[in-house]
Design a protein around this ligand. Structure first.
Ligand code: MD3
Ligand code: FE
Length: 209
């Protein structure tokens, strides 16, 4: 039985294979200037199993000393993150219901054995806007729980080209990736799965009328 939280939407194969290739090309171009970096956990310095980069004015980074945060420049090169590709801005406009553009687009690359433990995304000051996610390459088993740690979770297999929108209640639900079906897709050049997540970070400034 599927009973998803309010604000959760899944669009299977939103992007067809040709569009998926174009997105991979955009990621390839982005990581030429903003190479994948190895994120590490606050305090322990343990590496996350994914490597990351970002598009847009802000990027999510984490390391032992600074912890989870948004930064306007790449942690290694010090350069601004590359501009968000138009295809992703168009996706945001089509499915987010948010007038303001996303400020950050996190690029997660899952290689053989990579996973992501259950967590809540709450490093954003504005959690009213949804998170919009695009899956590319190998399928993954995504898990979505409730607002409390230790509650029930349900699994959903995400395939290349799938889009997931996490708004309202689902925005603050526990979620993670328990498994990647490594080697099932040949889309990603060096293998694995790429996940893109667009977010608002700061509250939208509205003009007083
Ligand atoms: C549910 N990424 O980057 S995407 C993350 O597949 C993250 O790489 C996973 O969790 C991935 O933080 C899941 C789908 C997703 C993204 C953000 C969410 C689900 C979410 C925020 C709130 C609730
Ligand atoms: Fe997350």
């Amino acid at each position: 039985m599927s009973n998803y939280p309010q604000g959760f939407a899944h669009y299977p194969l939103y992007f067809d294979p040709r569009q998926q290739l174009a997105l991979i090309d955009a990621v390839k171009a982005g990581v030429e200037t903003a190479p994948f970096f190895q994120p590490t956990m606050p305090r322990t310095g343990n590496p996350l199993s994914v490597v990351m980069s970002n598009f847009g004015p802000l990027g999510w980074v984490t390391d032992k000393v600074g912890g989870y945060r948004y930064e306007s420049v790449h942690p290694k090169t010090g350069a601004p993150w590359p501009k968000l590709p138009d295809a992703l801005q168009n996706l945001w406009d089509a499915v987010s219901g948010c007038d303001a553009p996303p400020e950050a687009c996190l690029i997660n690359w899952y290689r053989e054995g990579s996973k992501m433990g259950l967590h809540i995304d709450n490093d954003e000051k504005d959690t009213r806007a949804p998170v919009v996610s695009v899956s590319l390459g190998d399928p993954a088993l995504f898990r979505l729980g409730g607002p409390h740690r230790g509650g029930k979770t349900q699994g959903l297999k995400l395939f290349s080209g799938d889009v997931v929108v996490l708004g309202c209640e689902s925005r603050l639900c526990y979620h993670g990736v328990s498994k990647v079906y490594y080697g099932e897709s040949a889309l990603v050049p060096r293998g694995g799965r790429i996940n893109l997540t667009m977010r608002r970070v700061n509250p939208v400034e509205r003009d007083a009328t």
